[in-house]
Design a binder for this molecule. Sequence first.
Ligand code: SAH
Length: 211
Amino acid sequence: MPESPADPRTAERDAMVAMQIAERGVTDANVLGAMRSVPRHRFVPDDLQSHAYDDGPLAIGHGQTISQPYIVALMTELARLTPSSRVLEVGTGCGYQTAVLATLAADVWSVELEPTLSARAAETLSSLSIRNVRLRIGDGSLGWPEAAPFDAIVVTAAPADTPPALIDQLAMGGRLVIPVGTSWQQLWVVARTPEGITREPGIGVRFVPLR
Ligand code: SAH
């Protein structure tokens, strides 16, 4: 998972966490630690290696993007993971957020519509010896019913409305972190509580659409 201390990009990651993530208000020490340890450059195409730690999203092919580091950290913090969490991710993409989630949770299930991206993510995750992840190709708006319920669901592509199947697959106390909207989105946390489903609005964001 984390590369050796000799990894020349450790300093870049430390700077990314300090300036882009902690500076903007992410405080969870476990999340900051995961963002320092996962080698983001391994998830981006070769020609973009020098931009891997930039403060923005990057194109990963097939019209898709790897999310901005701050947004990955924020969504992970909002998911409130513990070492026993079972997590569903919708939109594997290059697998970077998957790796961050897998560092903090017990098991991650991740669904991706685009087979080429899923295959590449599988290779990268296995090259980093990240083994607590299961990948599937398909429509993530249907969730992963056989593995449900989940303690957290993180959606990294934006639907116009929250897919009902994802709410159904939340465990008691579970949290769904999801950008909802069309041209831009609001980041929502939908939670299953003993009193019922709660919805908490967050910051404005921009994601590729959930197809
Ligand atoms: N988590 C990724 C972000 C990927 S961008 C990362 O860290 O890099 C969002 C991804 O969602 C894209 O790869 C896109 O192909 C995928 N996607 C879009 N609609 C989807 C759907 N209905 N089901 C599953 N994946 C979908």
